[in-house]
Design a protein around this ligand. Sequence first.
Ligand code: AMP
Ligand code: MG
Length: 515
Amino acid sequence: MLSLARGLPARSGCGLLTPRGTPVSAIPFDNSYAHLPGDFYTRLAPTPVADPGPIRVNYSLAKNLGIIPGWLASTEGTRVVAGNDIPQGADPIATVYAGHQFGSYNPQLGDGRAILLGEVLGRDGNRYDIQLKGSGPTPYSRGGDGRSPLGPVLREYIVSEAMHKLGVPTTRALAAVTTGERVAREEFLTGAVLARVASSHIRIGTFQFFAAGQKFDLLQLLLDHVIARHYPEAATSENPALALLGAVVSRQANLVANWQLLGFIHGVMNTDNMLLCGETIDYGPCAFMDDFHPDKVFSSIDHSGRYAYRNQPGIAHWNLSCLAQTLLPLLHDDKEQALALAQEAIDAFPHQFLQAHTRGMARKLGLAEITADDTALVEDLFQLMAEHKLDFTLTFRRLADLADKANLKDGGVGKLFEIPEALLPWLARWQMRLAEDTMSNSDRQASMYAANPAFIPRNHLVEEAIEAATKNGDFAPFQQLVDVLAQPYQYRDDLARYATPPEPHQVVRQTFCGT
Ligand code: AMP
Ligand code: MG
């Protein structure tokens, strides 16, 4: 048995005292994954770092997890996030998984630079993983150092929290700390750790690991765990494995529709980066588009454009077929029938994606619904946006401004984005279509504002924040950016610079994996 508590008096652990003097854990753990058999993980503690320093704490998320934010921001909390102290109730593990990376199967991946501290039941009634990312080597590090430079930690903090505020299911950032250590990459970089929160970190790749090893008992255990945790309604279904597959297909269809509607490019949609719970994970080479083009790719390693914007729905569909494949032995005893059931479940994806995307486009364009007659209207808009390199975010936000000119405060984003002449005939068609719609102009504008953000984590702003922190130790731009992105749907003229597309010299053309 490993001794996990370090640097703390044995009597109180990392506990706090309640008013009655009873010690309680600073993090109210309630672990379940760590109670699965040892085949699912390796039990080990994070590797302590030289000199933990606080960067930021997510107060509202901490509160939901029953963690006192002030404690998390304190020296004690900072040491826990850095991996230097293990709080009472934690049961740290590195989980194992496999996965298709850029289409090639890798039989042995796993948490190579992350440790799952444990799970907590949130005040919202949901169960959450608390994971430390950048917490040192594990048996799954495959020669890597298990560490993370500061840049990728800040990037994940900014973008994952922005995604949450934009309304997209996502892993979240609970806290970030510096390690006081250098991380060796092409050059020496400041090290950092991110405390990440997810409904769970169970991936398609987790299923692939046990299916490839033909460990069908363990696969069944994993399935039962995921059903109990994320899809309890599937438990009472006639065929729980099939019900689960259908539900995952549906969540992923909605997720990727959300991405498309915001111009978000994930960049590394490997099967180990797709969660069963349907949250976005892995903010490595991701990017929001500035000017629209469906072929946009940012990731420096995505040479063939496999994960380009336009390919995202198709890739999600492909990844889900990998999941379906792992479930075949659990779907039916008869191989033919299992295959037919899996195929039918997977075939639902394109329709579900289209439905979610169409509903979202209706909201973006201020229409009660989009019918087959509107297809050309939508397609022509994207065509024009691509042809004239229009800013994805501001095009839609400006349409929301124009939906009710009478009610336009501060002129909206008019100073930042002028509708080009080439778009005027389309605008006239859209306005004619709006006239057939039943919504009032002010209701339409309100709902369009709620669907079309003014603020997204623009690449140049993310880079600017990272550069200030990594080059000058100045975290103010990072803090401000996270604050601004907390209200993405409320435009403020005094924050106009955060809604402004990059100048030509500021354009970011390439993003990198966070390793
Ligand atoms: P990712 O690109 O984040 O999806 O990671 C792919 C695999 O590489 C996962 O198994 C990671 O745990 C592992 N990995 C990434 N970076 C490191 C690192 N610095 N040290 C050890 N393992 C890593
Ligand atoms: Mg990953």
